[in-house]
Design a protein around this ligand. Structure first.
Ligand SMILES: [Zn+2]
Length: 321
């Protein structure tokens, strides 16, 4: 439990459901979750590095004390699974494509990036984001049980539903719903008060994923990033995606470049969300769709980071005026 904010660290949400919440300080500061039965617990996601994951596991051992027999990884981004080796004795469950997708980014490359010469604003921005994390010693630990569209697990004879909703934020997106207590672990389908960033997927699938969440009727949502919320978290994410898609369409029709569009689109009601410069990822995704390109066309992260650095500079210049 964080000493200043009671909503950080391991937070009990209902009888058996917990969130493990990290302050959203940007890239990689993810949340995880836990459903604890009488004899065993199910962990939803590990964290970006070993030290952070160990801290979480220590808190769980101290407060909940049930052995973690199963783990679900909500998708293959490092901030949701690079701590897996610390729970390697558990059955690790994820979507079918996880094992082939997980090598897109490796801890070695991320660790090397931390000390590379910061010769462009993009590298400097990435280094600043990665500085708090230590990727040394991470051995990628893949899931041991894969599923395609839907899997039901039981804890104390109560079902826990795992539903594949990708490609939305990534190809392997899985949401975890515990109907008994109406708690939903959204992974990065929901970013709360934080501008979303997406990889392989489409606006359509992401919207359908958010509609699916609404249909399930959760009372509590643990987002992949940002504070715990209710259904309004999913509703606002949906509205943000719709807004950016619509604005990007106008820019596309005016033949603006992605970069121009990202700088031009007024963040409107979402200006207060953290990391507003991530809009470039969403614009690039929209443009990809307008051009009829495949949903998994790799994004050039450095190009994106350069635009992000530029937008961030423009924002802070405006704030100083
Ligand atoms: Zn994430």
């Amino acid at each position: 439990m964080g000493s200043k904010d009671p909503q950080l660290g391991l937070v009990q949400l209902t009888d058996r459901s917990y969130g493990y919440l990290q302050e959203d300080k940007g890239l990689g500061w993810s949340n995880a979750g836990l459903i604890a039965g009488k004899k065993e617990a199910l962990l939803i996601d590990t964290l970006f590095d070993l030290a952070l994951t160990k801290k979480m596991l220590d808190a769980i051992a101290e407060t909940v004390g049930k052995p973690i027999k199963r783990v679900v990884n909500t998708h293959h981004n490092g901030d949701h699974f690079w701590g897996n080796q610390l729970v390697a004795d558990a059955e690790i469950i994820a979507h079918r494509m996880f094992r082939s997708e997980m090598m897109h980014m490796t801890p070695e490359v991320s660790q090397a990036m931390k000390t590379a010469p910061a010769d462009t604003p993009a590298v400097a921005l990435l280094q600043k984001a990665l500085a708090p994390f230590d990727f040394s010693g991470i051995e990628l630990t893949p899931p041991t049980l894969l599923f395609d569209s839907h899997l039901t697990l039981y804890i104390d004879d109560l079902p826990v539903e795992l539903i594949h909703v990708g490609p939305a934020h990534t190809s392997t997106d899985v949401i975890v719903f515990f109907p008994e207590e109406k708690v939903l672990y959204a992974g990065d389908i929901v970013f709360r008060r934080c501008t979303p960033i997406g990889w392989e997927g489409t606006f359509h699938h992401w919207t359908v994923a958010l509609d699916r969440i609404a249909q399930l009727g959760p009372e509590t949502i643990v987002p992949g990033h940002g504070p715990v919320c209710g259904l309004e978290g999913a509703t606002e994410m949906r509205a943000y995606l719709q807004y950016v898609y619509k604005e990007a369409r106008v820019c596309f029709e005016r033949e603006m470049t992605e970069k121009e569009a990202a700088r031009r689109i007024d963040p409107g009601p979402y200006a207060e969300w953290t990391e507003p410069e991530r809009i470039i990822f969403n614009v690039a995704r929209a443009y990809r769709e307008f051009r009829g390109e495949p949903h998994d066309k790799p994004a050039d992260f450095f190009e994106m980071a350069e635009v992000m650095a530029e937008i961030r500079r423009a924002h802070s210049a405006r704030e100083m005026q």
